[in-house]
Design a protein around this ligand. Structure first.
Ligand SMILES: C[S@@+](CC[C@H](N)C(=O)[O-])C[C@H]1O[C@@H](n2cnc3c(N)ncnc32)[C@H](O)[C@@H]1O
Length: 235
């Protein structure tokens, strides 16, 4: 027999037969099938469900027609050896991973949250290997010490981000199911990432956010809403 044991920060999940039942139970979100995709949405609400779709919608547009090389995330990776492996240690909905994979990097996603793991797995099934993307489920702190990627990319949850309404909605839902790491957890994750990476660690931060783990980066790619902090490896 199997049971899902949620961590103590996470809201309790229940199995329901209908969306209405979830609504009546006062559940904020349902995880279920919508238009053939595993999706997350507020029950009986009007919002578009969120699913992982690596090639469709706005993400599909960004990775198409040579646009991807203009993405700041891709520029933040700098010059890397051919066939470099990037570990996206906080994969979330896999948006950033897809951009990196479309730019030609081999990308390994790590994700600790069981709901995000399911959404990513469903997205990968539908992707059918069309991008060089893989997923390992688990905590980055446990997996990274076994890997030697050229780059570790980190985008941990952060409470405030001023972005478009659609992105805000997704972030609010993500923040509901995945806890915001403590300062100590952030500092530890950065240290483990810097030990694993052979070339650099790239950290995505809101433009006005403090440095991850209060560590000053070796270089930065600034931006209006989001900046990328670059750290060199440590032994
Ligand atoms: C802000 S989201 C990342 C969004 C992602 N960059 C994207 O483009 O969709 C942060 C994600 O990191 C995951 N996460 C946080 N700490 C983690 C850890 N220590 N190991 C693995 N995953 C982690 C969270 O569960 C969450 O899904």
């Amino acid at each position: 027999m199997l049971a899902y044991l949620p961590d103590t920060h996470a809201p309790a999940w229940a199995t329901v037969l209908t969306e209405e039942e979830a609504h009546n139970q006062g559940k904020a979100l349902v995880l279920g099938w919508h238009e053939g995709r595993l999706s997350l949405w507020p029950p009986m609400g009007r919002e578009t469900p969120v699913a992982v779709d690596f090639l469709q919608g706005a993400l599909g547009y960004r990775i198409s027609q040579g646009r991807v090389k203009h993405e700041r995330l891709v520029k933040a990776m700098g010059r890397l050896p051919n066939n470099s492996l990037i570990v996206d240690a906080t994969a979330g909905l896999g948006r950033d991973s897809a951009l990196l994979a479309a730019a030609g990097f081999e990308v390994l996603m790590l994700e600790a949250n069981p709901v995000l793991q399911q959404l990513l797995s469903d997205g990968l099934l539908r992707l059918q290997g069309q991008l060089p993307l893989r997923l390992i489920t688990g905590r980055a702190e446990d997996i990274l010490p076994q890997l030697t990627p050229q780059v570790v990319y980190l985008d941990p949850m952060f409470p405030e981000r001023r972005k478009s309404a659609a992105v805000k909605k997704e972030l609010a839902w993500l923040q509901y199911i995945a806890p915001i790491p403590s300062h100590g957890e952030e500092a530890n994750l950065l240290k483990i990432a810097r030990r694993a990476a052979t070339h650099k660690v790239v950290v995505k931060r809101p433009a006005n956010a403090p440095f991850l783990g209060a560590e000053t980066p070796n270089s930065q790619l600034p931006g209006k809403a989001v900046r990328f902090d670059v750290y060199l490896p440590i032994s």
